[in-house]
Structure formats: C-alpha cells, structure tokens
Ligand binder design. Structure first.
Ligand SMILES: Cc1ncc(COP(=O)(O)O)c(C=O)c1O
Length: 353
C-alpha cells in the first residue's frame, strides 16, 4: 500500500518540547525491575562494582566500557553441572588467549578468574545452569583508544539455560537442515580466532542460514573448504569411517570439538564406529559428492547437532548417524555426571548452605 508521509515537527528537525523527563533513582530502579521480570538471571559478578549482585535489575555494564561501544572485550562460557563448573579451566585458557590477542591489559591470573566465576556460582545457588563471563578493556570514555579506560573489567553471570527453540522436538536427536551462507563474509583470521564481542558477522551468518532454510549456517571459504558455523565447529565422518574436522587456522579453537576428538579416538575407534581421527581440510564438494556419511556441528560443551541435509541435499542417508548419536551420548554422560572425565575438569562450587 502506498504510504503518504506528512512532515511533522520532528522530521523538520525541530522539537515540540521535552517528552522525557529525568527519572528519580527510585523510578529508574523500579523500571529496571519491571524490565527484568523473567526468572533466570541468578547472580552477576562485576569487578567494576567489586562484588556480586543477585537482583537482575542491578546486573548492568557501564555504557562507556569499551566492550559496549567498540566491541573491545572477549568472552567465554562453561557449564554448571551438578554443582561443578565443567571444563572451566580450558575455557579460561581460551579467554586469556583471546584477551592477549585483543590487547586487553589486565593483571588477573587463571586462578583469579576461576575464583571470580566460582564465587558467582556459589551465590547463584543453582546446581545446574549456564555460565558466561567477559574480560573487557573497561570504562573510561567513548574514544577508540583504550588508554582512556581506567581498569580492565571482568563480569560473570550465572543463569538458567533457556530451552532451545521451544518447538518440543530436540534438534540434537532429530537432526537439523543446514545451509551454506553466501552473502555474509567470513571473519578475517585474527578476529575469527579471538572469542571477542565482535559477533555481528556470526549473528548475520545465523540469520542468513535461517533465511535459506538452514539452522546455524555453514561458512565455506573462497576455495571451497568448510570453515565453521555461526557459533559451532563442524565435523564429518567419511564413507570410509574417518572422523575429519577442519584445522583451527582462521576459525575458533572450539573446546567442544577438541573434547569430541578425544572421545572419538579413545572410545569410538575401539567400538568400531570410526577408523581414525584427523584434523584436515574438508571440501564442501566432498559432502555433495556423497563421500561423507555424517556431518555434525558442536559447541557449548554439550551441544552436538547432526546435520541431516545441507542445501536441501541429504547428508549420507539423510538420517541421524551412529557416530553423532554416540558422541552426544558420551558428551552428556561426561558433563552431566555419570562418573567419567578428568577430575580437573570438574571444579566443585562451595555453596553457602
Ligand atoms: C565462531 C565459533 N565457532 C565455534 C564455537 C564452538 O566453541 P566451543 O565448543 O568452545 O563452544 C563457538 C562457540 O561459541 C564460536 O563462537
């Protein structure tokens, strides 16, 4: 329908008078509380505040933190499972590498960072949940220079994981369709290897994939090699049972894919499901050429999504395969506590009660 546009005072560049007034402290707090009605955010640590808050209305990041206005921050995650922080150490190692590549100067050691996350989890009170934390250049102004930032900041939040999609079916057991992302460029290698807060291209990758009938999106480089997905690494099983995943040059050093490779070599070779594990470049044409029997995406410690079709072409026989099924089972058994896994991968949270 043709819209007619009537010029008003705003579009002419003048204003009619103030429409927003200054809020009192009590009003601002009450509005923050009303915007944070949903349950789930249980505790947040802020080095800027020097402590933990449990009121979601107070879980705020300073507007002038370089994280907010320049994306000058890095982040990572881990899983709170049965009162233990699962694989926090490996995630913190990656956070420290990301911070160093992003040239964020700070004085925290790995032990300091683990302590701040553990303290937050302990105040959150829940035994199972999700953990996210950020190491940022910190607040201090709005210029691109971090010299104006007084101190690096660390923020951590513990929350109840939101159900995926909410469709009722579990895409990890039923499989997902995928699509090659063609219009969203890949990140340059430096940015792709830092887990930074520059995730605009990752978000656009996901959105374009959905537009094309996929789920998370698959990035393929100019020479036809598979890179990664928006927030997941990609793995393949060849028809002759070789587990293959692309090398980590120019993609994120995934923590889940590394655990999956270990589990594949220690368990699946013995079980006869695969013959070997290799980190070698994979051409997208190997999948369309029917040289691949299974493909899956993995990330976030315990998520593994079998890809049953890619660009509308079935992968393998178009069903969830035995390797993906078995690896997901092993990942979940380890993370959700059926007694195997390295003790160092489970940091016990000291709860108050
Ligand atoms: C771009 C990208 N690739 C891969 C991954 C998977 O990494 P991880 O297994 O450590 O979650 C992520 C995780 O967020 C990611 O952002």
């Amino acid at each position: 329908m043709l819209q007619t546009h009537t010029p008003n005072a705003h579009s002419l560049g003048s204003v009619t008078g103030p429409t927003h007034r200054v809020l009192s402290e009590a009003e601002a707090l009450s509005r923050l509380r009303s915007k944070r009605g949903q349950p789930g955010y249980l505790a947040m640590f802020s080095s800027w505040l020097g402590g933990i808050v449990t009121d979601p209305a107070l879980m705020q990041i300073p507007l002038d933190d370089h994280l907010v206005h320049r994306g000058h921050g890095v982040f990572d995650t881990c899983t709170l499972s049965g009162g233990h922080l699962y694989r926090l150490g490996i995630h913190i190692d990656r956070l420290l590498t990301s911070a160093s590549l992003a040239r964020i100067e700070h004085s925290w050691t790995k032990a300091d960072l683990i302590q701040m996350v553990t303290d937050t989890a302990s105040q959150a009170g829940i035994k199972d949940g999700a953990v996210r934390y950020w190491l940022t250049a910190g607040p201090g102004g709005f210029s691109p220079s971090p010299q104006e930032c007084d101190e690096a900041c660390f923020y951590c939040v513990i929350f109840d994981p939101m159900p995926l999609g909410g469709t009722g079916s579990n895409p990890m057991s039923s499989g997902i369709p995928e699509a090659t992302v063609l219009d969203t460029p890949m990140k340059p290698p430096l940015l792709a290897t830092i887990k930074s807060n520059n995730y605009l291209l990752n978000v656009l990758t996901h959105m374009e994939a959905v537009d094309r009938g996929g789920t998370f999106g698959v990035l393929v480089d100019d020479t036809g090699y598979v890179a990664e997905s928006c927030v997941l690494n990609v793995a393949f099983i060849t028809r002759d049972k070789v587990f293959r995943t692309p090398p980590f040059d120019g993609i994120l050093l995934g923590t889940t894919i590394r655990r999956v490779m270990d589990l594949a070599s220690t368990n699946l070779v013995q079980e006869g499901l695969i013959s070997s594990v290799a980190q070698s470049p994979v051409l997208a044409s190997e999948v369309s050429g029917d040289l691949i029997s299974e493909m899956f995406l993995c990330g976030g410690d315990t998520h593994l999504f079998p890809v049953t079709s890619w660009d509308q072409i079935p992968v393998g026989d178009g069903e969830v395969g035995p390797v993906a099924t078995r690896l997901l089972e092993l990942l979940e058994q380890e993370a959700f506590g059926t007694g195997f896994g390295e003790a160092a991968d489970f940091i016990e949270v000291p709860y108050a009660d």
